[in-house]
Design a protein around this ligand. Structure first.
Ligand SMILES: [Zn+2]
Length: 89
């Protein structure tokens, strides 16, 4: 989708919403929550903006966390996200 071609139907009718496509990320509802620190008082909540792609031909819809978001780098030390290879140990 990111390259402008639909993964499902190969159409090039791809539309992209670089800002959160539903609501502003400040509403948190549709942003990706990243928790930093453990415990009630130490915990900080950050939000990573989401980017949406939709195919006008077939309606296939895809969502990515925005790698341009300044909070994207917090993923590595987030308490609520674990790298899959480390989680399976
Ligand atoms: Zn499509």
């Amino acid at each position: 989708m990111k390259n402008g071609t639909c993964l499902k139907c190969s159409s090039s009718e791809i539309y992209h919403s670089p800002e959160n496509g539903f609501y502003p990320a400040s509403m948190h509802s549709y942003g990706m929550r990243v928790m930093e620190g453990e415990g009630f008082w130490e915990e900080k909540v950050h939000v990573i903006n989401l980017e949406h792609y939709v195919c006008r031909a077939c309606g296939f819809f895809e969502t990515y966390a925005s790698t341009n978001d300044p909070n994207f780098g917090l993923l590595e030390k987030a308490s609520n996200w674990k790298k899959l290879s480390e989680e399976q140990k």
